[in-house]
Write a protein that binds this ligand. Structure first.
Ligand code: NDP
Ligand code: OXD
Length: 306
């Protein structure tokens, strides 16, 4: 078994060592142009030339959950594309989103400013039962986030492509379901994959369906959000604020208005980082299962785009 590692912006050495240890029967090499044909690959944002030179790959393992960048490449139809399933990301995403929701709900940002100014002042508590949080996308990460928010007793609604049953969560699907959910959400969390159907989904029309003063958290992909529409809705006071972890262009360009907007909190695409050890263990388990002819989870449906 021959496996190539081709990950942009990743220090390859610890990955190579970890994969070699987890799969001692495999020959594991760092990809360089002209490498001999391989059966398997571990990738993140590989260049097109990688796939052009490796048309015989049986499977590629993406070291992330989102495959939008990977699906932009021409990949042989016979190659399985496999994404990470959680692998330590879901708990991080739950932490990040709960932190952002609670910071907004409890107005900790306002308290921070008040106490910095030397003021001892109370805010009127908000009513939790009226504070509906909506989660777009009820997959591996969205479900974990929705359940974590329920743990704080927020009323949680979630939207997916197909119907779903999740204990304690009101689930909706389809365009009507989306509109019904948006009309209720005081906070909207985006955890959709980026596909042709979801690109630009956070726009003036959808965001204007939220109740006045609603708050947006985008932790999925920058291209879900129409930046100018968000800025206009924040500046008019229609939306209260936003926490953004992902951007159309990353790193976010210096001149972008998001950097300086007083009602935007931003982080550098860090809400759920790839955990190396967990990821290697998951990929090695899947490779072993594939070799035994057993089914694996996380195989991407190229037609659906996730
Ligand atoms: P999954 O594929 O497990 O879940 C995707 C969910 O979105 C599913 O519930 C799916 O519905 C739903 N969905 C897809 N298309 C539509 C649509 N057109 N209409 C309604 N619902 C739709 O993905 P994950 O939960 O693992 O990850 C979600 C995204 O999070 C990733 O694609 C990635 O972009 C982003 N991400 C961001 C990270 C960060 O650090 N900021 C880290 C990791 C991931 P159904 O269940 O019916 O199929
Ligand atoms: C991912 C990401 O998709 O880190 O895993 O964004």
């Amino acid at each position: 078994m021959r496996l190539l590692f081709c990950c942009t912006d990743t220090n390859p050495e610890p990955w190579l060592a970890g994969i070699r240890q987890a799969l001692p029967q495999a020959t594991v090499e760092l990809w360089e142009s002209g490498a001999a044909p391989a059966d398997l690959a571990v990738v993140w944002a590989p260049p097109q030339v990688f796939f052009d030179e490796q048309p015989g790959l049986r499977a590629v393992f993406n070291i992330g959950a989102g495959v939008d960048a990977l699906l932009a490449r021409r990949i042989a139809p016979s190659t399985l594309i496999v994404r990470l399933d959680d692998a330590g990301m879901a708990v991080q995403m739950a932490e990040y989103v709960c932190h952002a929701v609670i910071r907004h709900f409890r107005e900790f940002d306002v308290y921070e400013a008040e106490t910095k100014a030397g003021r001892w002042a109370f805010r009127k508590p908000r009513r939790r039962e009226e504070f509906v949080v909506g989660v777009l996308g009820l997959g591996v990460l969205g479900t974990r986030v929705a359940q974590a928010l329920r743990g704080f007793e927020f009323p949680v609604q979630g939207w997916s492509r197909g119907p779903k049953l999740i204990d304690g969560i009101t689930t909706l699907d389809g365009a009507e379901g989306l509109h019904a959910m948006l009309a209720q959400c005081r906070v909207l969390v985006n955890l959709l994959p980026l596909t042709d159907d979801t690109r630009d989904i956070l726009n003036r029309d959808t965001l204007s369906r939220l109740p006045p003063g609603a708050y947006l958290i985008n932790v999925a992909r920058g291209a879900h959000l129409v930046d100018e529409d968000l800025l206009a809705l924040l500046d008019s006071g229609r939306l209260a604020g936003a926490t953004l972890d992902v951007f159309r262009k990353e790193p976010l360009p210096d001149e972008h208005a998001f950097w300086r907007h007083p009602r935007i909190t931003l982080t550098p695409h860090t809400s759920a980082r790839t955990m190396r050890d967990e990821s290697i263990a998951q990929i090695a388990t899947k490779i072993t299962a594939l070799h035994r002819g057993e089914p694996i989870v996380g195989v991407v449906n190229r037609l659906r785009g996730y």
